[in-house]
Design a protein around this ligand. Structure first.
Ligand code: NAD
Length: 507
């Protein structure tokens, strides 16, 4: 089915989904989605501008009272139907995701799509489970309880690396909790977010509950963040843009959720299973061509294992097959664009003089020279404070450095501004226990790196941001709690009135 999917036919009338209708943007500026494996045009469309954002927010605002007033059971039913439709159309979603991102079809098929289906099923369940403190007479004279209410119109902004999963992570908890949403995907990856919204409509979600505006960041994105009728901004993207979004959001006192960049450390202690660590490092650094905010980027390896780890990673990287994303045998696709590939190449080039490029460090020629490909790259002998160790590369590049004491390994792991994810590799429960306590990151894996799961939160520490995607924690962030307090005494002069009247007016 996926092979017959034609974005130009599906989105002939435009690449905006507003108030339940696919339509064109009105910014007067166009954008072309390009297949980064071949350079071929996939879809040209008119970008959304401020007027389109206003229309989308108005549609979400109009839909809010009805959707917020639906029972949790009704919202849950709609999300279960939604999960079923996503599963039925899995092939089409996987194809579109690989087409616009260049990611291997086995990654889209085995990770992106099933993860999104599972998220929909998870939030269908979460919708029926509102948590809070039990109602009780905490003051003695009153009954207190908590209402958990939706907030209103949420404005979300997503990056290009996992467009389908980002749409799922932003839209599902928001609507499960009774909010309505306007999502702005990245300009170069609009397809699966639009298809996601269409699937929501097919599942019976009322028009206006889910809206997609495909526009540029400075234009449509900033207008969405600054919009007075949007009560919450949930942003996933770079730390640089996240800071700008935070500044804009404060002007209208919005609730803010920032999922930002990462530079995940991968700490290998000297009692680790070397084979497992080598496989974990190669898979964890090359997944999605390294364009993963939690990708393993800095491996710190205790001195006794260091040489074998470096040679093992270099050898295994050499077996990774670059290729056509639609070939099941392909392990590594292109990067998202030629511009991004050039940025990654420039970062590696700047490291050349003061670090060792063990393998990779170049774009391949031959069959792959027309795509935005970059070879798996292993770098050693870099200084801890160098750009290649401190900055997010977002490409298939792993830096490996040695350490001596456990203290040093953990200190190095914590020594960047980021704190999104990390892993520690050891057979010693006390060492791994210490790593889980002392590494400052939103997720610490032990003897693995990358897996995520709908039930568990994903989000950062430090410059990686705050707030959570997935899990009940994310669901709660899209709600607000109201304390309701009933007087149980039925007396006019309450005890606490003494603080105002003294002993006057006592009954
Ligand atoms: P980016 O920050 O350039 O763009 C992200 C989104 O913000 C895009 O939709 C873009 O159009 C929009 N945008 C750009 N400028 C804007 C502005 N001034 N106002 C409002 N919106 C604006 O990031 P990217 O290059 O698309 O994605 C890669 C980044 O995303 C990496 O830093 C990566 O670590 C991060 N990321 C983080 C997570 C996480 O969960 N923490 C997940 C995926 C990606």
């Amino acid at each position: 089915m996926g092979d017959h999917f034609q974005p130009r036919d599906r989105f002939a009338s435009g690449a905006q989904f507003i108030g339940g209708r696919v339509r064109s943007g009105t910014s007067g500026r166009t954008h072309t989605v390009v297949n980064p494996a071949t350079g071929e045009d996939v879809l040209g469309y008119e970008l959304a501008g401020p007027d389109d954002v206003d229309d989308a927010v108005a549609a979400a605002h109009a839909a809010f009272p009805g959707w917020a007033g639906a029972t949790p059971g009704e919202r849950s039913d709609a999300l279960h139907r939604f999960a079923g439709i996503l599963a039925d159309r899995a092939g089409e979603f996987a194809y579109a995701e690989s087409l616009q991102c260049g990611k291997p079809i086995k990654l889209s098929t085995e990770f992106d799509v099933p993860g999104s289906v599972d998220n929909a099923a998870f939030f269908a369940g979460a919708a029926r489970r509102l948590e809070g403190v039990s109602a009780a007479e905490y003051s003695g004279d009153h009954t207190s309880y908590v209402r958990r209410e939706p907030i209103g119109v949420v404005g979300s902004i997503a990056p290009w690396n996992y467009p389908l999963q980002m749409a799922a992570w932003k839209i599902l908890p928001a609507i499960a909790a009774g909010n309505t949403i306007v999502l702005k995907p990245a300009e170069n990856t609009p397809l699966t977010s639009l298809m996601f919204a269409q699937a929501a409509q097919r599942a019976g979600l009322p028009d206006g509950v889910v809206n997609i505006v495909c526009g540029s960041g400075p234009d449509a994105g900033e207008h969405l963040v600054g919009h007075p009728d949007v009560v919450m901004t949930s942003f996933t993207g770079s730390t640089r843009v996240g800071k700008r979004v935070a500044q804009l959001a404060t002007a209208t006192v919005k609730r803010l959720h920032l999922e930002l960049g990462g530079k995940a450390p991968f700490v290998v202690f000297d009692d680790a299973d070397l084979t497992a660590a080598v496989h974990g490092a190669v898979a964890g650094s090359l997944i999605n061509a390294g364009q993963d905010c939690t990708a393993a980027t800095r491996a710190y390896v205790q001195r006794p294992l260091y040489d074998d780890f470096v040679s093992g990673v270099a050898e295994l990287m050499g077996t990774v097959r670059l290729g056509d994303p639609f070939d099941d045998a392909t392990d590594l696709g292109p990067l998202i664009s030629y511009a991004h590939r050039d940025r990654v190449a420039a970062l590696v080039d700047r490291a050349r003089g003061h670090a060792r490029i063990v393998t990779g460090g170049e774009a391949p020629g031959g069959d792959w020279k027309n795509g935005a490909y970059y070879r798996p790259t292993l770098i050693t002998d870099a200084a801890q404070d160098s750009e290649i160790v401190q900055s997010e590369i977002f490409g298939p590049v792993l830096v490996v450095l040695p350490f001596d004491s456990d203290d040093e390994g953990i200190a190095l792991a914590n020594d960047t501004p980021y704190g999104l994810a990390a892993s520690a590799w050891s057979r010693d429960v006390y060492r791994t226990g210490r790593a889980t306590r002392e590494i400052r990151a939103g997720c610490v894996w032990i003897n693995d790196h990358i897996p995520i799961i709908s039930e568990m939160p994903h989000g950062g520490y430090k410059a990686s941001g705050f707030g959570k995607d997935m899990s009940a924690y994310s669901f709660e962030e899209y709600t607000q709690v109201k304390h309701v307090m009933y007087d149980n005494t039925a007396v006019a002069a309450k005890d606490w009135h003494r603080t105002v009247f003294g002993d006057r007016h006592r009954p």
